[in-house]
Design a protein around this ligand. Structure first.
Ligand code: TMP
Length: 215
């Protein structure tokens, strides 16, 4: 995080389908609030009124027809709005911002997996995020098969369908991409074994927050 201007703390959660990152982001936000810290819990894509509208366009697949670079741009436009109209103000007010997905999702999905060149992803980051960086990024790591099975169960109570093979490969790539990011930036990223029971994952997250940020 850019020190001096923002007084709060910035924590992001990343991971593939069924990794439980949204649940863990929620648990951490509650825990921080119980510890008496002002919290702003948010998510991407979205988190501000305009970015939530862009979220709809992105998740409905409307942007997909224009290709992965267009998607990367739109995720970035949403992110810029989210920072300008929500995150920065919260940090300036001394809040603990807990965000479900951030820059690493664009790196992993549009970059490493969909093939948008790293130089373009980095350029988008420089424009939209600048020097703002999370204090901690939790990478919730789970084997693709396990994560997908969880996601399918949650979605419709069924097991993975005939597209499983293709889906699996894609999700394995996303997983690898997140692990590569963690290796490149160990001072920011913490990999958590998300195949553990939910309560144990939450303990790992809380321990790391206590150690690094002492709330
Ligand atoms: P969710 O799984 O947290 O609901 O995220 C919505 C989807 O958006 C998920 O499939 C990952 C995708 N996504 C990207 O592809 N790039 C991004 O930059 C972000 C924030 C999300």
């Amino acid at each position: 995080m850019q020190r001096g201007v923002e007084l709060g703390r910035f924590i992001t959660f990343e991971g593939g389908e069924g990794s439980g990152k949204s649940t863990q982001a929620g648990i951490l936000a509650n825990r921080l609030a119980r510890a008496g810290r002002p919290v702003f819990a948010t998510r991407e894509p979205g988190g501000s009124p305009a970015a939530e509208e862009i979220r709809e366009a992105l998740l409905s697949g409307k942007v997909w027809q224009f290709g992965p670079f267009a998607e990367a741009v739109m995720f970035s436009v949403a992110r810029a709005d989210h920072i300008d109209y929500a995150i920065r103000e919260a940090l300036q007010q001394g809040k603990w911002v807990v965000c479900d997905r951030f820059i690493d999702s664009t790196r992993a999905y549009q970059g490493a997996t969909a093939g948008v060149p790293r130089s373009l992803i980095s350029a988008l980051e420089r424009i939209t995020v600048g020097a703002l960086s999370p204090d901690i990024t939790f990478i919730l790591d789970i084997p693709a098969q396990e994560g997908l099975a969880r996601a399918h169960e949650r979605a419709e109570g069924t097991t993975p369908d005939r597209f499983e093979g293709q889906e699996l490969m894609l999700h394995e790539r996303v997983r690898r991409a997140f692990l590569d990011i963690a290796e490149e930036e160990p001072e920011r990223c913490i990999v958590v074994d998300a195949s553990q029971p939910e309560a144990m994952v939450a303990e790992d997250v809380w321990e790391a927050v206590l150690q690094r940020l002492n709330p």
